[in-house]
Ligand binder design. Structure first.
Ligand code: ZN
Length: 70
C-alpha cells in the first residue's frame, strides 16, 4: 500500500492521500509561508527561476522577502 503523500507516514488504501490529508497539507503549506497570497508569490518566483527568467541572486532575495512577511 502506498504511503500518504502528506508526509504523515500512514498507509493509504487507495489514492495518494488519506481522507482529509490533502486539505491538511494545503493548509499547512499556506501556514508555513504565511498566507495563500504569499504561497502564490513563492510559486511564481520559483517558476520564473526554473524558466530562467530570473537569476539565483534575485530568487534568493525574493524568497527571503516572502518569508519575512509571515
Ligand atoms: Zn497523510
Amino acid at each position: 500500500m502506498p504511503e500518504c503523500a502528506c508526509g504523515c507516514g500512514e498507509q493509504t488504501k487507495k489514492g495518494k492521500y488519506l481522507q482529509g490529508h490533502e486539505q491538511k497539507l494545503r493548509k499547512e503549506l499556506e501556514e508555513k509561508v504565511g498566507s495563500l497570497q504569499l504561497l502564490s508569490s513563492l510559486v511564481k518566483v520559483t517558476q520564473k527561476y526554473a524558466q530562467e527568467q530570473m537569476g539565483l541572486t534575485d530568487l534568493g532575495r525574493l524568497v527571503k522577502l516572502i518569508y519575512s512577511k509571515e
